[in-house]
Write a protein that binds this ligand. Sequence first.
Ligand code: GLU
Length: 356
Amino acid sequence: MATRSVVVKVGTTSVTDATGGVDHSVLATLANDVVGLMREGWEVVVVTSGAITAGWAEVGAGRGRPHDAVTLQAVSAVGQPLLMSAWRDAFAREGVAVGQVLLAPLDFSNRGQYLHARSTLAALKSLGVVPIVNENDAVADAEIRFGDNDRIAALVANLVAASHLVLLTDTEGLFTADPRLDPNATLIEEVQAFDATLLALAGSSTSGVGSGGMASKLAAAHMATWSGVTTVIAPARALSPLSASLAETSGFGTTFRPRPERLSARKAWIAFAVASTGTVSINQGALQALEHHGRSLLRVGVTGHAGAFEDGDAVDVLGPRGEVVAKGLVRVGADSFDDGDDVVIHRDDLVLLRRL
Ligand code: GLU
């Protein structure tokens, strides 16, 4: 059996109170829950939101939350130490130390940094320290900032090869309809597989703070199911919400089953963590060779390319009708496309997206 390892993400509305300050009682409950699981042999990584909201409670003087990215990023620098200090206190009461790990999109897309982050998380684990992760909002490029920790949590789950991802939030889980609008909406306790209907169920966030909403939770769960990770969306303000999620307590949260044919960690990284810097268009014959025969993409099947991609970059592969059919790492840069290797994308570096 795989190691019992869980990444638990707690949303902004769950770690802060009505004033925007850190809600110490929620952190105390969670730290107790996490440490209880660690004593049972679980490895736990916490992903926390709330830096921006806590920071604005500190310096905003009661004014409305700002909207421009630069101010929000600056405010996160105020809130992040407040958040960490609260997590530190909560875990200290349980006799466990915490370590802060701030990650930006580039840490996921650059494979060297990605593997380095993995080593750091592994080293924290061997020290018995609970990693507390957030996006490095203060310095991450505003244009490419993830902006929601659901996605980061799913990427971290892939990074540490977690068996479970638990997204703790301010709703009970995924419902058949928006429960605020439809009194007949019921909790979906288990999702075996993603389909178009399920993705359409995702509403948009209306909470005002926190940037995730159900859509980004479903995207995170989708990503996780492809990495072999069981995902649970559950309410944070509950008795031992993490243990209850992992125990699949009846009536508590929504559990998403992983797919039987999981992507390798590397392919999941290509599919979900790396941003494409260009496109390569292919003909019908090449599409057949990729999708039905598991072949590499050869230059002979390429009908065009766009973007300033370099050797090793990720590109979207477009089928004959211009639809995205795959994503992969090119073995040739755009500048030298016609003189490079015959293999444009090796099959080991190629993910067929129409199967996702
Ligand atoms: N990283 C943001 C913060 O700590 C939260 C992003 C999110 O809402 O998921 O404030």
